[in-house]
Design a protein. Sequence first.
Length: 317
Amino acid sequence: MTAAFTFPGQGSQAVGMGKALAEAFPAARAVFDEVDAALGEKLTAIIWDGPGETLQLTENAQPALMAVSLATMRVLESEAGFSVAKHAAFVAGHSLGEYSALAAAGSLAVSDTARLLRVRGLAMQKAVPVGVGAMAALLGLDYETAVAVANEAAQGQVCQAANDNGGGQVVVSGDKAAVERAVEIAKTKGAKRAMLLPVSAPFHCRLMQPAADAMAEALACVTIKPPAAPVVSNVLAAPITEPDEIRRRLIEQVTGTVRWRESVAYMAGHGVTRFFEIGAGKVLSGLVKRIAEGAVGVSVGGPNDIVSAKDALAQSS
């Protein structure tokens, strides 16, 4: 198997995502109905009609992106013959996308995943008061240099690498003053650009420990099954299949680095040549080309993508 199924993270959301799929395919509509029922509210109305600032709230964006990914996955299964067990060498997702990957692989129920991501979004938002933390993108630095910048900027505060996205794109996270120092230091270390990001909290750093504690409590109450294909863990950049380890790594992920560059490199190194990005946006497909030479990213997010995805899967079998 030379295909991997990947699932996008926060930042890929857009008002209207998934609507055309739900209108065209009952399998997609059923997923949105299941998510609405699990949350006890019409998240679907926010996804399709906005307003954008409500969709962008972490507590909404996280389950919304999962819903679109799983709706897309169900359509690929019913209309294009996709099967995680038969066709995916690995599944993986960027941050919250790891939950989507686990749901797609049958490790988590969709309803449980929606509720977990609502808890995760609320807990991450509550962990740090608004204005205390920040995140910044450092562009044009390799990971080791970016980590050194973060360490130099910390000065007794928290500043650490949050996302190693690949292609010279590293995001740092922590106390606002420390992250602002990292932006200035990065410019002296050869960064092409370094800028603060418009986010509401400093994700994937030690300041998120209260959210990690909340997720430990929430994850203890759900059933996790072995996935139909190995999931490449964000914090390990290596595959895991054992339910207790999956639970443990999801807790670690809240405060740990999303090792996306290494995750994609691992999958490419183990024979994956086609990365199907299932859900909203094309961020991961763009990163694949920068990380794994010769690999192809295939974005699947709307009705018009289903036939081309089927053709691409046939080429990778």
